[in-house]
Design a protein around this ligand. Structure first.
Ligand code: SF4
Length: 472
């Protein structure tokens, strides 16, 4: 446990987040108590901040009334003290937010040159050269991809299908085992259709740019239900101008030829088939209930049916995985030759089974290293892919990042839109969040649907009311 004793709490979250980056999984106390490893103390008086870490103190000036600059200086000084204390540097330096590309993207839009942005990030955030170069490269690519999108007049549609064959060990999404809901699926779809109908009416006159079916695993639905949901979207929305329509097939154990045929018939442009790892022993541990062979089979089936934009999600840092395991996964992925891959660093979410049963899996070791990340990046580049989106999560193993790589022309624009919050996303279904973006005012507002499927069905009018209050 680490003690945080601050005179006022304005920067408590920033201090705690940086501590969490240096000491993943650590708990915090906000008063003097037993069992504390060391204290971090801070106080500001007459333009001078006094910071103390485990008895070592530094003082520095902070500009009155300039919150951002004050925050940066506190984090810079805390970073140096923690670096000294732990003998460790962080790849992302003082950047603890989930969107490290936001800074270079904003600067590019303001007309900054890439080299000036890199210099600014070096001086301000102490991030490594590799991470700075990656974030600027991704921001440049995002900017190019987003140039085809109207922030003002366009919008995207997200449809949430919160069901999966089983629940994965690390899952923190809204997901319920499909077996429990199969008999009541009509009720869920009934509520979803009501929300879709309202949304289509409300968004009339705006241009729909991208559609994304996620969850959960949308292909957990039966082929018939899948057909109904896509059919409903086609009936209600003008899809003539969309740039992409993604359906997360996700779990290979949910995919059948019949379902893929439904997707193909309806012109779905992009699907995901997610192995997470190509090591059977790990798949068994993380509760995916599918085999490596099944991934290959379903992938081959999708290719046979003509899908020419298939993404595969991978996770680095899974229980028991070594560098050799990661390499084996990348070899298998290269042999399959997907159109894009998304490499995630394992994130420890509070409600995930992995966190709740932590002791059991910790013994297996959950290692995520820069070498593993570099290896995945090298394979992606060798497959002809370029990084096009990037984000971080709280409590991520090794403090790294998630990176989406794609072959030229195969990037997923929706992924960038959801991360960079540049465009309104109307979301329907349990556990989804609608975000309205007001680009001119740099303002975003959101309305959340309840996660619980039962509640979503029972309170659908209230969910629509929340959306109505936001969208009117
Ligand atoms: S497939 Fe995804 S949403 Fe479904 S249980 Fe696994 S992690 Fe959760």
């Amino acid at each position: 446990m680490i003690g945080i004793l601050l005179k006022d709490n304005e920067f408590e979250q920033d201090i705690r987040e940086l501590l969490m980056a240096f000491y993943p999984g650590e708990r915090f106390a906000h008063q003097e108590t037993e069992g504390v490893k060391f204290y971090v103390k801070g106080e500001q008086e007459q333009g001078v901040y006094r910071l103390e870490v485990d008895g070592e103190t530094c003082r520095f000036e902070v500009p009155e009334g300039e919150r951002l600059e004050t925050k940066n200086r506190i984090k810079q000084n805390l970073y140096r003290l923690l670096e000294k204390q732990t003998g460790q540097s962080l790849p992302w330096g003082t950047l603890t937010g989930i969107r490290p590309t936001k800074i270079p993207l904003t600067k590019l839009e303001e007309g900054w040159e890439p080299e000036d942005i890199r210099e600014f990030m070096r001086k301000t955030y102490y991030a490594s050269e590799e991470k700075i170069a990656l974030s600027v490269e991704v921001a440049e690519r995002e900017r190019e991809l987003l140039s085809r999108i109207s922030y003002e007049d366009g919008y995207s549609l997200y449809v949430g299908i919160p069901f999966c064959p089983t629940t994965c060990l690390y899952c923190s999404f809204t997901s319920y085992p499909i077996g429990k809901w199969e008999k009541r699926m009509e009720e869920y779809l009934g509520a979803l259709f009501q929300e879709l109908e309202y949304t289509a009416g409300r968004m009339k006159g705006k241009k729909l740019d991208t559609v994304y079916f996620g969850g959960g695993t949308p292909t957990s639905l039966s082929a018939e239900h899948l057909e109904q949901v896509i059919g409903k979207v086609e009936e209600l929305f003008d899809l003539s101008g969309i740039q992409e329509f993604t359906v997360e097939a996700g779990r290979p154990d949910s995919i059948t030829a019949e379902k893929l045929e439904v997707l193909k018939r309806h012109g779905i442009t992009r699907i995901s088939i997610n192995p997470q790892t190509m090591n059977q022993k790990t798949l068994d541990i993380i509760g995916r209930r599918h085999t490596v062979e099944m991934v290959k089979e379903k992938f081959a089936l999708a290719r046979e049916l003509g899908f020419d934009n298939i993404n595969m999600d991978l996770i680095i840092g899974l229980p028991g995985e070594t560098m050799e395991d990661v390499e084996r996964t990348m070899e298998e992925i290269r042999a399959l030759s997907p159109d894009s891959i998304t490499v995630h660093s394992l994130a420890l979410k509070r409600a995930a089974r992995l966190n709740l049963e932590w002791d059991q899996y910790a013994q297996l070791g959950m290692v995520n290293t820069q070498e593993m990340i570099d290896l995945t990046a090298r394979y992606a580049r060798e497959m002809g892919m370029e990084p096009y989106y990037l984000y971080r999560q709280k409590n991520m193993a090794g403090n790294f990042e998630n990176v989406g790589y794609a072959l030229p022309g195969k990037a997923c624009i929706y992924n960038i839109l959801i991360m960079e919050e540049m465009q309104t996303i109307a979301a329907c279904g349990a556990g989804t969040t609608t975000k309205v973006v007001y680009p001119a005012e740099h303002r975003r507002e959101r309305a959340e649907n309840v996660k619980d499927v039962e509640q979503y069905i029972g309170r659908i009018d209230e969910m629509i009311g929340r959306k109505d209050a936001l969208l009117r």
